[in-house]
Design a protein around this ligand. Structure first.
Ligand code: SAH
Length: 214
């Protein structure tokens, strides 16, 4: 076995041992290579289960957290998904394997530009990336079957709750940015919203307005 194949096997083993057991999610994570999303930073760590720094002072999430959040979304092939916090584009690429269409937004135009380049390179044609403040969602494309927020909010943002279809699921880390946060799964019902606390996580904060170009 080549070193790369062995590293990938260890990568998938680590995902399973952290509770990523859904076979569709594991297949997507086997297919989408994390390396191109890391660009020139820390490329030797691409297959380790750790968050890594990307441009604009942000991070690409830990693969097992990407897997667990994706699994919690319970995506079906007809779903239209919104991701708030494109970052490297890795999470969006995983979503693109499971959903019909993925919209992803980031407040840093540079990250959106770079993520689009990788989506093009990999031929991921069902992802649309926008530079925008995602706390307002994407009213033009709403409602969504699934919403994933990959930055920590103090509360699930109201506009995102409103843009979720009935029966839809949103996964969002909630809590102060400098503390441990809780990953919350919100399900919209006919009459309101159900909240489930999934696990402790640590994300960069969801910030208002657009990021400065760097
Ligand atoms: N999902 C990413 C990791 C996201 S890191 C990946 O797979 O690599 C969190 C991202 O959320 C950062 O890129 C940050 O710029 C973005 N972000 C923070 N607040 C935001 C907001 N209000 N609207 C859109 N993006 C936001």
């Amino acid at each position: 076995m080549t070193i790369d194949a062995e590293r990938k096997m260890q990568f998938l083993f680590a995902l399973r041992s952290k509770g990523v057991t859904n076979s569709a999610v594991l297949n997507a994570m086997e297919k989408i290579d994390r390396l191109p999303f890391i660009r020139h930073y820390f490329t030797d760590r691409a297959y380790e289960d750790m968050p890594l720094p990307i441009a604009c002072g942000q991070t690409i999430s830990q693969p097992s957290v990407v897997g667990l959040m994706t699994q919690a979304l319970d995506i079906s092939p007809r779903d239209k998904v919104l991701e708030v916090g494109t970052g490297s584009g890795y999470q969006a690429a995983i979503l693109s394997q499971l959903a019909r269409r993925v919209y992803t937004v980031d407040r840093h135009a540079r990250l959106v530009r770079e993520a689009r380049e990788v989506f093009d390179e990999l031929g991921l044609v069902n992802i649309t990336a926008f530079a925008a403040d995602g706390s307002f969602g994407l009213p033009d494309q709403a409602p969504f079957d699934r919403i994933i927020v990959t930055a920590a909010a103090e509360d699930p943002p109201g506009p995102l709750l409103a843009q979720l279809k009935i029966g839809g699921i949103m996964v969002v880390p909630v809590g102060q940015s400098d503390a441990v946060q809780s990953l919350i799964k919100v399900t919209r019902t006919e009459t309101g919203y159900d909240y489930d606390e999934l696990r402790a996580v640590r994300f960069v904060p969801l910030l208002e307005g657009m990021g400065k170009e760097s």
